[in-house]
Design a protein around this ligand. Structure first.
Ligand code: G3P
Length: 192
């Protein structure tokens, strides 16, 4: 029961969309500008880097807090960690407070990785940064880092359910980036 409540908390916390709330307070509807996404990248495009950084931090916390709590209560060997991590990302992507719409889950997934391992979070960030510097596409950097993350869990010897969590989150992130992938293939994706 306790574990179920933690997973529910993860989903509900993930469902709160700081990007959308902050933009609304500034009189902007993120769905109608830039990429139409409610994440930090689009907030940065539309409201500037400071607000982008704030939204990244808040979205990241939504993944970090429940995953960290699951690890503290039950240990990384518990499958509750996997369910809490996935639930937080699902909440962000399919928010119960926003008619099951939401963002692309990258910052929230980063928070999940950070709760599991500071070192692997830094490595994922490094992959993201290198791809961004090389190609100038945030979406391509995010997709690549999200696919690399489960491999990092695997080679670092984490339990198989942590690897599985990484795979599920990567699949969800790639799925949510479908419009970006289409634009990348057409050469129409926005560069930074
Ligand atoms: O984290 C989302 C990023 O990968 C893409 O954002 O706004 O360019 O679709 P956006």
């Amino acid at each position: 029961m306790e574990k179920f409540l933690l997973v529910l908390f993860a989903y509900l916390l993930g469902s709160v969309l700081p990007g959308e709330i902050i933009a609304k307070l500034k009189g902007v509807n993120l769905r109608e500008v830039g990429s139409g996404n409610v994440g930090a990248t689009n907030v940065s495009r539309v409201l500037g880097k400071k607000f982008g950084a704030l939204v990244f931090f808040l979205d990241m916390l939504k993944g970090f807090i429940p995953t960290y709590l699951a690890i503290s209560f039950y240990g990384v060997e518990s499958k509750a960690v996997m369910f809490a991590g996935i639930a937080s990302v699902l909440g962000h992507m399919f928010s119960i407070f926003d008619r099951f719409r939401g963002g692309k889950g990258v910052a929230t997934a980063f928070g999940v990785i950070l709760a599991v391992s500071f070192k692997l979070a830094l490595l994922s960030l490094l992959v993201w940064f290198v791809i961004l510097q090389w190609k100038r596409y945030v979406s391509l950097a995010s997709i690549t880092a999200s696919v690399v993350a489960p491999l990092l869990f695997l080679i670092s010897g984490y339990p198989s359910h942590i690897f599985l969590m990484g795979i599920v989150i990567a699949v969800l992130i790639v799925y949510k980036h479908k419009p970006n992938i289409d634009r990348l293939l057409r050469g129409q994706e926005l560069k930074v």
